[in-house]
Design a protein around this ligand. Sequence first.
Ligand SMILES: Nc1ncnc2c1ncn2[C@@H]1O[C@H](COP(=O)(O)OP(=O)(O)OP(=O)(O)O)[C@@H](O)[C@H]1O
Length: 253
Amino acid sequence: MELKTHISVKDLNVFYGNEQALHNITVDIPDKKITAIIGPSGCGKTTLLKSFNRLIDLTDGIRVSGQIFVDGENIFDPKIEITHIRKKMGLLSQRPYPLPMSIYDNVAYGPRIHGIKNKKKLDEIVEHYLKESSLWDEVKDRLSAPASKLSIGQQQRLCLARGLAVEPAIILGDEPTSALDPKSSQRIEQRFLELKNDYTIVIVTHILRQARRLADYVIFLYLGELIEHGPAAEIFENPKEAITKEYIKGIIS
Ligand SMILES: Nc1ncnc2c1ncn2[C@@H]1O[C@H](COP(=O)(O)OP(=O)(O)OP(=O)(O)O)[C@@H](O)[C@H]1O
């Protein structure tokens, strides 16, 4: 598989106080593919994901060394503005967090911040991204209703629409289907498979079947170390390391 790199991680170490959560991680994340970060609970998956948009900066006592290049720019370079990095990435959390406003305003929020005020233009944007997130048909007749009235699965698709409306190049998903029922999970997975033509997608998942269904590329972490990474078929069908084999067979979890 010919892969172009979008995010390049070099010698990344992350400490929470005296505890080291990530040890010397070096890995390239391919452009316009789905990469799944897998591994047992507490192995550092979320820490790695939240390093990409520097969301880990918000944690007290955090210490980071190493480099992460996004589009060739080191995101830890003090000259780089954090908003410049975050604008490139939409984040879907485990639970959807719609803003306490209408369905319409949730999607229009980002574009308005970026200066779009024209009502017709905003209407088009809202419709476009609600369609992109497979939510339009369910909400088109109640766009002014509060987002909190939607089901959890619909709220997660609304959060996807809100994230896409600021036109990121990268979608980060931290176990994005873990709070959803099977049908809603399937819808999000289906959208990811369609969106990967236009976006680089990185998801953290502890569901191996989900990683098998979605991932083109897999990163396997264990106790904060990068054990193995590569095309999904190689990692799942022919892992090199014994510990990867055991994890994939479900011997360790
Ligand atoms: N805010 C924090 N303060 C202190 N330690 C933390 C913090 N967040 C995570 N850790 C620790 O860092 C390590 C990695 O945590 P992380 O959440 O990245 O793992 P994970 O693989 O995503 O886990 P899970 O699958 O359970 O969500 C764990 O030992 C965890 O206890």
